[in-house]
Ligand binder design. Structure first.
Ligand SMILES: *Cc1c(COP(=O)(O)O)cnc(C)c1O
Length: 421
């Protein structure tokens, strides 16, 4: 059981909203730093441990710069993500490039930056060689298929589009070895928003055993095993926070039984969490714009699913706090909606909340990862600002809200007058 607390007061939020109109995403620096530190603490037994923050979760360069200062690298999967990492000072082996269906220019950019390239498919060995040349350091992504069960968000590994099969992995490393590559890593990512520590321990064990087997068979040495991201967060108040200590300790035991016992090491453990680091430290702040009563009670906000689409696409639960009414009984059921012409545009369905009034400030929790990042412009909706609550209590705007001019920027209005109909 977690209590959904908020690290700012109603009054503080009202004064922020005076300066920056709702809706906006508000991130809390202190929590982000603490989460990054907790992760490295859990793996302090592993000297080379590194977290490569999954840029796609929260692709804001100011947050990336904070994470860099905490010792994190970047996990990128597209060219713009590579450029974001570079502009925050992360280059070379501080970047892991895990893409799929990759265009040649992305491999070229990853090579220019000296990023660790993590191949998604055996055919990409030749494709990379032709398009950008082979680097000296390379990793392959393993898909354990039916050997591992998936979870609701990621589905079954054997249906997933990612990674090499087991046979392809042996063949892939053999080809790479024969082409003269000297430095190797291995990667897998089979969970998303998983709250069971055992899942990560099992994933690590699968990779460690593979490292032992492949090293022996091919006579190559692995420098790292990257067990991916996917560490879950308690979106629901009745869920508990995952115990990173249990993950770290379980993985240490499995390391000693495999890598340690086989004298294969040292092997660095890498992770690429996104959600765990920033998810709980980001809040979508919106106001009640209209209250409507038909067959149900509807609270229409000034935010919509373009600001946070997880509830609409996954049916995901996001906790909602009505600022200033925390102590009132949650005795009224509301569908909390946005203004899109799309009936999925709901942040919550039949949610018990205190009686709402127009103008109430609502805080939607756990929006710090895969929130603003998944934003879109359907129905002419504009993406909101991103604000950062610094450790000293200051608030900085780290991304301005989009404007209608931004939305129209790809249209050439000059052609309109001469456009024949
Ligand atoms: C999305 C993704 C992550 C981050 O997932 P979280 O659930 O945010 O931890 C890490 N690695 C890869 C390859 C991903 O696609």
């Amino acid at each position: 059981m977690t209590t959904k607390t908020i690290p700012f007061s109603h009054q503080q939020l009202e004064s922020i909203a005076e300066q920056y109109p709702t809706p906006f995403h508000l991130y809390v620096e202190k929590g982000i730093r603490e989460n990054a530190r907790a992760l490295s603490r859990a793996f302090s037994w592993n000297p080379g441990f590194k977290e490569f923050f999954a840029v796609k979760a929260t692709p804001n360069p100011f947050l990336l710069k904070i994470l860099r200062a905490e010792g994190c690298g970047a996990d990128c999967s597209s060219l713009p993500e590579l450029l974001l990492a570079e502009r925050t000072g992360m280059t070379g082996e501080a970047i892991m490039f895990t893409s799929n269906d990759t265009p040649p220019e992305e491999f070229q950019e990853a090579r220019r930056l000296g990023a660790i390239i993590n191949l998604d498919d055996i055919s990409h060995i030749e494709f990379l060689e032709r398009s950008a040349g082979l680097p000296e350091f390379i990793s392959c992504r393993y898909n354990p298929g039916p050997l591992k069960s998936g979870n609701a968000i990621i589905g079954h590994p054997e249906e997933a589009k990612y990674g090499f099969t087991r046979e392809q992995l042996f063949e892939g490393y053999r080809i790479l070895r024969d082409k003269g590559i000297g430095r190797f890593g291995i990667h897998t990512m089979v969970a998303s928003n998983e709250l069971d520590p055992k899942y990560f321990v099992e994933t690590a064990r699968i990779l460690f055993e593979l490292v032992v087997e492949i090293s022996r068979k091919l006579g190559i040495r692995f420098e790292f095993a990257n067990i991916g991201g996917g560490v879950g967060i308690p979106y629901r108040p009745e869920q508990g926070v995952i115990d990173l200590g249990v993950i770290g300790e379980g993985i240490r035991e499995s390391y000693e039984a495999t890598i340690g016992a086989g004298s294969i090491g040292p092997l660095k453990v890498f992770m690429e969490c996104g959600r765990y680091i920033t998810g709980p430290c980001g809040y979508l702040v919106a106001r009640v714009r209209h209250l409507k009563k038909t067959y149900r009670n509807f609270a229409g906000l000034d935010a919509c699913m373009a600001n946070l689409m997880r509830p609409a696409i996954y049916g995901a639960y996001h906790h909602i706090t009505v600022m200033g009414k925390e102590d009132r009984p949650a005795d009224t059921l509301y569908d909390v909606t946005g203004s899109l012409c799309e009936n999925n545009d709901k942040f919550a369905i039949n949610r018990p909340l205190p009686r709402l009034d127009v103008g109430d400030l609502l805080v939607i929790h756990d929006a710090g990862a895969h929130g603003h990042a998944m934003g879109f412009n359907y129905n002419g909706k504009l993406r909101s600002a991103e604000l950062l609550l610094r450790e000293n209590g200051d608030v900085e705007m780290i991304r301005r809200p989009e404007t209608i001019e931004d939305l129209f920027a790809t249209l050439d209005w000059g052609k309109m007058a001469g456009f024949r109909t």
